[in-house]
Design a protein around this ligand. Sequence first.
Ligand code: ADP
Ligand code: SF4
Length: 688
Amino acid sequence: MPDANPYALLFEPVRIGPVTARNRFFQVPHCTGLGHLRPRADAGVRGMKAAGGWAVVSNQETEIHPSSDLTPFPEGRLWDARDIPALRLMTDAVHEQGALAAIQLAHNGNHANNHLSRAPLLAPSEMSVDSTMPKHARAMDKADIREFRRWHRDAALRAKEAGADIIYVYAGHSMSIAQHFMLPHMNTRSDEYGGSLENRVRLARELLEDTREAVGDTCAVAFRFAIDEMQGADGMQAAEEGRAVVELLSDLPDLWDVNVSGWDNDSMTTRFQLEDGYQNEALAFVKQMTGKPVVGVGRLTSPDLMVSMVKKGIVDLIGAARPSIADPFLPTKIKEGRIDEIRECIGCNICVASDNLGIPIRCTQNPTMGEEWRRGWHPEIISAKGEENEVLVIGSGPAGLECAMQMARRGYEVTLAEASSEFGGRVARESRLPGLSAWNRVKDYRLNDLSQRGNVRMFTDSPLDAAQVAELGVVNVFVATGAHWRRDGVGRNTQRNVPLIEPDARILTPDDILSGQTPAAGPVLVYDDDHIYLAGVIAEQLAVSGMQVILVTPESLVSSFTVNTLEQHRIQARLIELGVDIHCNKTLASLDSNGATLSCVFTGKPMQVSCESAVLVTERVRDIALHAALKPLGLTTLKLIGDAAQPGLIVDAVFSGHRAAREFERPRQDTDKDWFRREIIDLREETS
Ligand code: ADP
Ligand code: SF4
């Protein structure tokens, strides 16, 4: 560590029950969409965090029993001893790098699915399930509670055998049975597990005691507890019962891992909560109630904030899920004083969306996330260049920036040409929309890196054509020219041209809005046939500017994809509060000088709305004219990347640029043999 490192405090060891964390950096449990289905890939993720300097690396919700089955979401699984080897891959990977491994035991009660096991769902009281099937959970009787405690205890023993140093009892995110018992709105029992808070906490207490008794000799027992449901008086509040629970259980766990629930409050996006450390106020009291170490989260990436949180006695350990995903080497960079090299989480929740979609994790800022094992990618290391010396990257959106940065790291002479007057492409433009300023971190991190390298030349105001490319004489060209939005109404739902007003001066696209155009005065209709975030945020911007806005979408929710990023309800609420006139389940049938005709997606019944202009947020068209013009040049390498190759999310563009840089000049057999390593199901087990 450099002399007098102002962050030395963060590198003090912390005793947690029978184990010691080497510093204060604690990767709290987070899902990866890998879990028991792809345990080698999951171990790759966790091992990389440990290599990056985290003192504790946790896995994710780990099913303790078939009645806690989370299928189709691939979380951890410890139903019986056969599940131990898969988890051991993770603990071994973490131990190899000198970190502690934590396993989060979980039983989600009425939030489990049991789609695979078809076991009955369990809850403190009779209630419908909080999952994807219209089923009910049954109130657990005393025998169920005894069984549940036994399953939990046995799973703790298996977790220990799998190599865990820290074993979690889970009572958070509004999705765990121990928490459900605590909540009066879920627990209406009249026995010793219901009624008074002491009774409602009984099950959590028993689980903590059982776990300590079973594994506490060598393993620390952590308690992940949601201190506030963020529902005001309708739910548990930190200032009242949340505090009382901490007081009641005080020194029983070896570690308090505290946060707010549900998950949408815990993992707030920057669009709705820009500041890091946003949970501090809620969790500040916990340390006063216990002598045991406390870990808290809140998208913590600033080392100054981390130090102040420790100094103020808010936490002992700096918890992180998303900051550790965006930058697995965050602790090492802080330790070595490389603060400007931190790849800061942008709070977009694409990682969260992966879990909600049941697919392997991906991260907008860190394209290597989830690719550690299957592609052998390392977030900080990339192979040196081969025979070629020079590359030209055309376009500086997320794809071009990432490609140029990785090429520069590999040692090529890199020329980056950008047509417009600023670098960053769509992230620079979109970050000017309300709530999206953090998108700029995608650009800033890469520009900062590029600007410090001697082998990079970067030009704005340089719209290249084929002749200029030929003149430059660079024979390896990566085309990241992006895509533009359609103006004809064709979108995901409306797959044919919409009859539109002629001339179309009153029709705008997101590109027009992002380049500063404003619609004509009068009501403006925003048509969302893209369903991600852009139409919603454009509607917000127009409404904030004082325009009367009508938002139309064929979906039943505004910005429907954002259910996956945990923001949909906030987006719709904000638009309602801004007075946006929302029409769901409607397509845009036509636009003429009188306004728009909408059509019900179910019945086709038409509806007229009056508007002076429209913003069509539908589909994008790839900008590939330059690529086509370059083909006759016979370049050694000519590759489309990013939105020019396939319009998608920012995460896709970054990944595309990264992959192109990784795979440039790699021996053909490596890339042709397979896309990536796969974890093939071993059928021997099934037939034996
Ligand atoms: P991606 O998401 O794939 O990175 P973007 O749309 O964000 O794509 O960025 C594409 C960038 O390419 C834009 O900033 C655009 O100005 C730039 N660009 C497009 N055509 C050219 C060109 N002929 N020469 C240089 N830059 C270009
Ligand atoms: Fe952060 Fe977005 Fe990466 Fe998740 S996907 S870690 S929110 S940058």
